[in-house]
Structure formats: structure tokens, C-alpha cells
Ligand binder design. Sequence first.
Ligand code: NDP
Length: 337
Amino acid sequence: TTQIRLAARPVGEPDDTCFETVTVELPALEDGQVLLRTVYLSLDPYMRGRMSAARSYAAPLEIGDVMLGGTVSEVVESRSSDVAVGDLVLSFSGWQSHAVADAGAVRRLDPSAAPVSTALGVLGMPGFTAYAGLLEIGRPQAGETVVVAAATGPVGSAVGQIAKVKGARAVGIAGGPEKRRALTEEFGFDVGLDHRSPDFVEELAAATPDGIDVYFENVGGPVADAVFRRLNTYARVPVCGLVANYNATSAPEGPDRLPGFMGQILSRSLTIRGFIQDEFTRSHGRDFLRDMSQWVGDGSVRYREDVVDGLEKAPEAFRGMLRGANFGKLLVQVGPD
Ligand code: NDP
């Protein structure tokens, strides 16, 4: 198998020295195991956190570990009666061309139900993050205003569209005019905004004349600063991600704004609640698959994928995602070699 491993911990943006490509022999299969060939590798922002030494909600990778990640894989050899050669499965093989897995650790996919790549996007972890975080914490009501950034990505685009299904007004924020256009034309947001526009703050105010009831926090940084000023009394803020900070090497300049922020939480009765999606697997996993499959099927939730060809492209594509170079759910197609 060809593997991409963590070679050094990044300082700021992960450069090429952080990754090392090696080819190794995989061990022979034991009973109950399968040999997998990676078809699609998912690239996700959380991987940046695992490259750092700091312990977060999950333990960091060690130097020399294979970079982690969800995959859609094809079974090429099986010593399990549950999984057959040729099956396509959802696995967690990471950044490598082949892997050995326990059959119990993979989930068979039905290619006739939906394109298998969606198991890593709209019908997988990112879609679930949007669904559970928005419905359980954001709780949008009909007529309310929901704002989300990274809004053409797999989490943000689903947040906006689920908000619409629930009868809310959806305002999406993305980087650049092309993504901005896609927000309204492709994903059905009521308004699309470009956070790089010099007039972003005024445009946000014009787009949210009744204030903001739900801010689904994906990014942090200047976008969050602008949105926070417009939160209504009793607004809810599911804190999902802070991608603007993931490569940061120091705290932002300027005065300490925490006291002002706490004052706003108090005076406007805000609910700010962080979450890691898997806390909701038990409570919302089934409902998610039922509802999201229906919404994707009837066209009320659309999705966009950005597929990069070749495992060797993963480091560059991953770096790009943290700056917004991706347009839709970022996947690496790992060709048969
Ligand atoms: P995306 O495909 O949306 O990629 C990240 C996007 O973030 C970029 O494309 C870019 O979009 C945007 N971005 C980067 N820097 C900035 C910035 N400074 N200001 C504004 N936007 C920025 O990723 P996902 O949909 O997979 O993930 C979205 C968020 O959800 C991330 O924060 C991620 O960590 C989080 N997440 C959290 C989970 C949880 O369990 N809590 C689970 C899954 C994801 P643009 O060009 O539009 O700016």
C-alpha cells in the first residue's frame, strides 16, 4: 500500500515537510478481516487539529502515523462472510491506497441508493454535523433568520438547506463571487454574501434586517465578529468549527474582547453551545439517514463535490481547503494502481 504519513507537526499551514509518502507491505488477512482498496478519501478540516500535539477532543496523531480519514473503499479480498469481494464500504482507512480492516468496522454501501461518495459528504459525517447541530442546538423556527459561513462546503450548504426545509430564512456566507452566486442559484439560500467583500459588514446588515436568530458557527474570525453584533435576544449559536483559526500561530491582535462578549451573552440571553457530531449519533443517527435521504432524493437538499484525482494530491488539496480553495465537499479519488 502507498501511505501518506505525518512526518512533522505543522507550524501554521502544513507544508510538504509535514507529510511523507511511503510504500509498505500490508499484513496477511486474519479471519474476519478484509483487504480494502481506497476509492475516495475524505479530506476534512478536523485533520489539521490531529496533526498538532495538543490534545483536543481526540488524541493527536503521532509522528509516523498514517494520516487519518474516512474512505469509501472496495473490498478486494475477504475473510468474512458479512462482506464480499466487490462490495463498496464506508471505512476509516486514512490516507492510503489499501488497508486491512475488521469486517465489523466497515459499513456496506448500496450504490443503487445514492452515489457512494455521498457517504463521506451530504449523507455522511458532514451532513450529519449540519443536521444534528442545527436541529438540536440551533432549533430554527419558521420565519427566523439562520446565518452560516463556509456555506458552499458540505456542512454549511446542508445547514442552509435544512434551515429552508424548516421554513427559516437562510443567509449564506462564502469566499469569492463564484461561491457567492452558488449560494442562491445552486443551494437556495435567500441571500448569499462574500466575506471578502470590502462592504461585508454593511451587506450582512442589509441581509439581516430583523437580526439573526441562529448563527451556525463554522469559521470564527472576522465573520463571527460581524455576525455576533447582529444576534437577537434568545439567539442560538451551535459552535461547530473555527476554521479561520486552525492554522493560527498566535492569538489575534487587539484588546481582550471576552468581557464584552460575555456581557452580550448575558444581556441578550444567548445560547452558545459547542458540539462534536458523534455525541448525537445515538439520538439522531437514524432520523438523519431517513430525513436526509428523502431531502436529497426530492431535491430539497443539493450537494456539490470537489474531486481531486490521485492520493499524491492530498496534501495540497488539504492545505487549499483550509483557505477556501475547495468548492464543495473535498474528496480525493484514489485510482486503481
Ligand atoms: P469546508 O469544505 O466548508 O471547508 C472549509 C471552508 O472554510 C473553506 O472552503 C472556506 O470557505 C472556509 N474558510 C476558511 N477560512 C475562512 C475564514 N478565515 N473565514 C471564513 N471562511 C473561511 O469544510 P466542512 O464543511 O467540512 O467543515 C466546515 C466546518 O465544520 C469546519 O470548521 C469544520 O471543522 C467543522 N466541522 C465540525 C464538526 C463537529 O463535529 N463539530 C464535524 C465536521 C466539521 P470559503 O471559501 O467560503 O471562505
